[in-house]
Design a protein around this ligand. Sequence first.
Ligand code: IMP
Ligand code: MG
Length: 175
Amino acid sequence: MTEVEKNLVYSRSQIEEKVRHLAEQLSREYAESTPVLVGVLNGVFMFYSDLVKALSIPVLVEFVRLASYGASAESSGRISLTKDVEIELGGRDVVIVEDIADSGLTLAYLRDHLMKKGAKSVKICVLIDKIERRHVEVPLDFVGFEAERGFLVGYGLDFNEQYRYLPEIYCLRMA
Ligand code: IMP
Ligand code: MG
């Protein structure tokens, strides 16, 4: 059995500060409209809740769930939607809220999917951007942390469904 070591990367207070900053940006950008915030389950659950509580504007709450085949640490590129939005998006401002952007495939797929529903605009808000691993061009409009290499867990992020419950973000190291 391999021993798993985890090192703290972002503390509770660092996360709180980033979330507050993102909420200020969104509140300013959407001061004149009521955007639909589309959260990507399951990873986004903690970030989404903290973000919405820090906003000073009204929003509509919505979620999608996507499956990328395989339980590996790398996105397979084969994405399917297992839970779609239920709110009518025609003519509305939409913000995708996602925990982490890695290859960018998930976000590119979802952005395209939501645009096809007739949204007035679709922007993307991510807590963490793993810059180095981007495979497809996708505009990230609101970014919290820019991360270097490593696999991150906690604050919603999982490794094979483990560690999501942790309130801080750690980097996994297979020792
Ligand atoms: P992408 O399609 O490659 O950008 O993958 C994005 C998805 O992969 C995210 O929604 C996460 O669920 C997952 N993912 C990518 N990197 C990590 C990580 O470091 N920790 C946990 N999940 C990750
Ligand atoms: Mg995710």
